[in-house]
Write a protein that binds this ligand. Structure first.
Ligand code: NDP
Length: 606
């Protein structure tokens, strides 16, 4: 607690907004750099070993040259929920092609100690009602989420046809046969009547472009390829006993690092946490889920109700109660309350924005005060404070991260926004000081602001040989974020141009899965070989999207990060990276109406 926290809210000193804003700007300016996304390194060439799969042995197999009704690229939540909905709709030959050695996507790769979902399990874990799984905690840990992915795979027969450790290299529309030709890095060349794409937004790990990164002679890995062989321990959080005599550096302090640091702090001889920008770390308050309580709420249709309730509370809808009660809904509740304080005749966009800003200042002051209340060393506490609006960067929630800095073996190495100067044979250099370490762990995140086709690793060649990269040359264009004109029988499973609900991505995916399954079923039932959005329907949808307020996250005046394209102008195409203008709740209602009408408005079946 800080002295101010002891006071009732009315007696607290007023926030000096001008001084705060100046501080925010000064901290952002320190971090702005002209190279933006180009500062990061792709894991190729000499660095490609960072991508090796430490979890599942590679198994040789014969290339596939057959035909399936539906091929899906990506075996994460998107592929699993779409596969499940297709199976329910009677389409059983679904082939999921996945670069990992099993289902799970993000949760296949991210097995670092402490990995956990930041959105409540009840709404984050897909198909809980269908599988009957009772989440063990309010915020489930990674092994349980991976197990849920495997459970979905088994329950819906998705393993039978899946191709693991396989990367799609090209997808080409064969107009003569109304099907897609799928080619992979394992020599497969099979065909599919329909394809789905669920490659996820954050799946290509990146390294910081620190000079000398290839020189280090110790051990190094990226958090998404955790080397338990080196560290000891396991993904469930067992002590990493092999680190007891090791000097370890973790570079990066984003959401991954915040979760891994407490485990490293417990295990390492010496731990250096190397920070460029602090994360905002709010209360986590995780707890076990009581099975009796769960049974009392899990009446038929419960998960859909919870999903809708969360979205209504979090993303612009209205709800009488808050079933989930977490950091996300708290944030929205505070903003709504501030706006509610405005007299009705003063609720202009300008005043509402000011109310939003006031609420954010208060929240961030609380989060900064929390650092002082936990971290005993004053200087360290000052450096751990985040000086930006909460949604400038991914908000974090943790009840052991800040506490780690009270452990004598754990040292914050703050780079004052500049990043690590150099990697040497023996360690790393910050502010001219070399720190010798045995191991460097890169918690440096994933590619985000790059082109879809670059991240996916392949392009689509649609009707008349037009590539997706050409069709989207001036930005993404779709109907509902799913259907793209010129690419018949292809479905995208991702949030942009749909609900764009960032606080609970699985809600977007489960809805898309449902839409796709109904569309495919309809095509098959009426004997249509092709389904495609019309040019007019796509154009009308894009026009509608552009009537909205634009991108809400990652304003240009934020500290650089992947939310705002590292502070660089994202170009005109980014204006299309938006969601339904009336909000996520409204989108889900709209799409339910679109589906249940049975009209498939905007799609042409032939
Ligand atoms: P991030 O991209 O969020 O973080 C990368 C970190 O590396 C940042 O702290 C960044 O600093 C730092 N960095 C980059 N370059 C340098 C450099 N040259 N020197 C020093 N530090 C550097 O990656 P994460 O893996 O943490 O998280 C990615 C996303 O994955 C999250 O935002 C979240 O969406 C998701 N995630 C979700 C979780 C959950 O739901 N529980 C858990 C973990 C991740 P800077 O900030 O200055 O750029």
């Amino acid at each position: 607690m800080t002295p101010a926290d002891d006071l009732p809210a009315t007696a607290r000193p007023a926030i000096d907004k001008k001084a705060l804003l100046e501080k925010y700007v000064a901290e952002r300016d320190k971090r702005l750099r002209a190279d933006g996304n180009a500062q990061y390194l792709r894991l190729e060439g000499q660095l490609s070993h960072y991508l090796d799969d430490p979890y599942t042995p590679f198994v040789e197999r014969e290339p596939k040259t057959d035909h399936v009704t539906f091929a899906f690229v990506g075996g994460g939540f998107a592929g699993l929920v779409t596969g499940a909905r297709l199976a329910e709709a009677g389409v059983t030959d679904v082939r999921i092609v996945e670069k990992g050695g099993d289902f799970g996507g993000t949760w296949y790769w991210n097995r670092y100690p402490g990995a956990q979902c930041d959105t409540a399990s009840m709404i984050y874990m897909p198909l809980l009602e269908e599988t009957g799984h009772v989440p063990s905690e309010k915020y489930a840990h990674a092994p349980e989420i991976l197990a849920q992915c495997q459970r979905i795979g088994r329950q819906y027969g998705l393993y039978d046809n899946a191709l693991f450790h396989t990367e799609v290299e090209s997808l080409t529309w064969d107009a003569g046969r109304s099907r897609w030709i799928v080619r992979t890095n394992r020599g497969d060349a099979f065909t599919a009547s329909f394809i789905g794409l669920g490659t996820g937004p954050l799946h290509v790990p990146k390294l910081p472009g620190i000079p000398g990164i290839g020189d280090f002679k110790g051990h190094a890995f990226h958090t998404s390829r955790w080397d338990y062989g080196y560290t000891g321990g396991d993904p469930s959080g067992a002590l990493m006993e092999k680190l007891a005599d090791k000097r370890v550096a973790i570079i990066g302090t984003g959401a991954t690092s915040v979760q891994a640091v407490p485990h490293l702090s417990r295990a390492c001889g010496t731990l250096y946490v190397v920070q460029r920008t602090p994360s905002s770390v709010d209360v986590r308050d995780n707890r076990p889920i009581d099975v009796d309580w769960f049974r009392s709420v899990a009446t038929p249709g419960w998960q859909q109700r919870w999903l809708e309730n969360f979205t209504a509370n979090q993303a612009g809808g209205t709800a009488d109660e808050d079933l989930v009660m977490d950091g996300w809904t708290d944030l929205s509740r505070r903003i709504r309350a501030k706006i509610g304080e405005l007299p009705a005749d003063q609720r202009t966009p300008r005043n509402m924005l000011a109310a939003f800003e006031d609420s954010d200042f208060e929240k961030m002051e609380e989060i900064r005060a929390r650092v002082d209340s936990i971290v005993s060393d004053h200087e360290t506490a000052q450096k751990l404070k985040a000086w930006y609006r909460q949604l400038c960067k991914r908000p974090c929630f943790h009840d052991a991260y800040l506490q780690s800095f009270n452990n004598p073996n754990t040292h914050l190495v703050d780079t004052d926004g500049k990043g690590v100067e150099r990697i040497t044979e023996k360690g790393f250099v910050v502010a001219g000081v070399e720190y010798e370490v045995d191991c460097i762990i890169y918690a440096s995140g994933f590619e985000v602001g790059t082109e879809y086709t670059r991240r996916a690793g392949f392009d689509l060649t649609g009707r008349d040989g037009v590539k997706l990269s050409e069709a989207w040359g001036e930005g993404m264009k779709s109907l509902h974020g799913i259907h793209v004109h010129g690419f018949p029988n292809a479905f995208f499973v991702q949030p942009t141009q749909g609900a764009n609900l960032i606080s609970n991505i699985p809600h977007n995916l489960t809805e898309s899965g449902r839409t796709i399954a109904m569309t495919v079923k309809h095509a098959l039932e009426r004997g249509a070989k092709e389904v495609e959005v019309t040019e007019a329907a796509q154009a009308a949808w894009v026009d509608l999207l552009l009537t909205g307020m634009g991108r809400m996250m990652g304003a240009p005046d934020c500290t650089p990060g992947y939310y705002n394209n590292e502070g660089q102008d994202p170009g005109p195409a980014a204006r299309l990276n938006v969601g339904y203008p009336h909000g996520a709740s409204a989108f889900f209602k709209y799409i339910e109406g679109w589906r249940s009408s049975g009209q498939f408005e905007g799609l042409a079946f032939r």
